[in-house]
Write a protein that binds this ligand. Structure first.
Ligand SMILES: Cc1ncc(COP(=O)(O)O)c(C=O)c1O
Length: 444
């Protein structure tokens, strides 16, 4: 019995009781190896980190909360300066919030405010991509291309223009290089801007590496730089959503660094607070902050918990720990090691179509037939069977369905903590292989 309206009304999930490093224990004493940082690429440095505990307690003894219309606070100022210090030149201001969806809402509202401040109130349209996810609130959902998550709410959503994602495994033609494919995919953005009329378009939003919806499909070489060039050509703002792929997970502090671009706005969450606190942030370029300063002089947006002192103190400690322990470089090295192990163990598996991603953000697309790339029958819900089988094998992974078009296709997402050890990665791969085979066996 539970007073919580759980995600599934007929099941109460096991109660989590304790966690240490990559190991999570439930209240029945069962242990799970966490291959996905708390379930959704959140617990980036594991649990029970002393430096974070100390920072939280210090801040608790000082002050936990004061509303942003009255006060700023030292941890909020320090965390903002820290993030800006890690970001490329130009991304110089931060708006804090409590999670990913709020960070995306903030980004969309800032893009809109920017154009009004600039005297172009006609720019209100957002272009986004199919097979993407930007959050559960109605604004973020409106620009998301995850059809199952949108469907129920369609009447409540605003209209965004959805173009193709960058999904090389299925959409690159045989006769195309990755780069040519990337340019072709990016050209859809220009077509959409021209179709809508550049004077009506406020921003384009995309995940550099698409997380849960596409199973870690990365932007191919050249795609984002072409997107940046197209945005510049028509004055459209580029918002990159790094809520899942950012904060060091890809082996870069910001995933977009690998693509050699600088967005106008970037959203981060999840790994920012590392699961110790709910935390999100929207970093904005000077040109946006300057337009607001030169115009109304006021942010036309706010949340009660933006810049929460205790949360900022914790997130600052997480980010410092990431740097003190060299975890961005570790994510790159461990990502290479994990990819190698996965290729060795599953690369030839008859139902593994593609292993992809960046750093410690890896997707495995499952297929019924490797040659034709035919997916499994969606009715079989392979992704759900794999998740249940992994839990049976004491392994936390993040499988999803609808990879191809919101209906067909299955993938597994892996995103272990940035400080995962090589023996833990090997154990993840061993348990994953068992779980996948057990799941496929039950479908026979
Ligand atoms: C890319 C991306 N954007 C936004 C969100 C929404 O974040 P939250 O669930 O913290 O609101 C998510 C969550 O999975 C995400 O992966």
């Amino acid at each position: 019995m539970s007073a919580i309206l759980h995600r599934k009304t007929d099941t109460v999930p096991p109660a989590v009781a304790q966690a240490d490093g990559l190991w999570v224990t439930d209240s029945d004493g069962r242990r799970y190896l966490d291959a996905v940082s708390g379930g959704a690429a959140v617990s980036a440095i594991g649990h029970r980190e002393e430096r974070v505990r100390d920072a939280i307690l210090r801040q608790f003894d000082a002050v936990s909360y004061a509303h942003g219309s009255f006060f700023t606070s030292e941890p909020a100022e320090e965390l903002a300066a820290y993030l800006v210090g890690k970001a490329p030149a130009g991304l110089s201001k931060v708006v804090f919030c409590s999670g990913g969806s709020e960070a995306v809402e903030t980004a969309l509202k800032l893009a809109r405010q920017y154009w009004v401040e600039r005297g172009e109130p006609g720019r209100g349209k957002i272009i986004a991509r199919r097979q993407s996810y930007h959050g559960a609130t109605l604004g973020a959902l409106s620009v998301g291309g995850n059809l199952p998550r949108r469907a129920l709410y369609e009447p409540l959503l605003f209209e965004a223009e959805l173009i193709a994602p960058c999904y090389a495994y299925r959409e690159r033609r045989e006769d195309e290089t990755e780069r040519d494919y990337g340019l072709r995919a990016a050209a859809e953005l220009e077509d959409a801007i021209l179709r809508l009329g550049p004077e009506t378009v406020a921003a384009f939003i995309a995940e550099p590496v698409v997380g849960a919806t596409l199973g870690c499909a990365p932007a191919v070489d050249g795609y984002l730089s072409e997107v940046r060039a197209i945005c510049d050509r028509y004055g459209v703002l580029l918002i990159l959503d790094e809520i899942m792929c950012g904060s060091g997970r890809t082996g870069y502090r910001f995933a977009f660094e690998e693509d050699g671009v600088v967005p106008d706005i970037v959203t981060v969450a999840k790994g920012l607070g590392g699961g110790f606190v709910p935390m999100g942030a929207t970093l904005v370029h000077d040109r946006i902050a300057d337009a607001i300063a030169a115009g109304s002089g006021a942010l036309a947006h706010g949340f009660t918990y933006m810049g929460h002192s205790l949360a900022c103190a914790a997130a600052l400690a997480v980010q410092r720990a990431v740097d003190e322990d060299g975890l961005v470089a570790a994510a790159a090295a461990s990502g290479t090691a994990l990819r190698r192990m996965l290729e060795a163990s599953l690369g030839q598996h008859r139902h593994v179509g593609d292993i992809r991603g960046r750093g410690l953000f890896i997707g495995i697309e499952l297929v019924a037939d490797r040659e034709t790339k035919a997916p499994f029958d969606p009715a079989a819900k392979l992704h759900a069977v794999v998740k249940a089988s992994a839990m049976e094998n004491g392994l936390m992974i993040y499988p999803s369905g609808g990879t191809i078009d919101g209906r067909a296709g299955d993938h597994i997402l892996l995103a272990p903590a940035l400080n995962a050890r090589e023996d833990e990665l090997a154990e993840i791969v061993a348990r994953l292989g068992r779980s996948l085979d057990n799941a496929l066996e039950t479908l026979k």
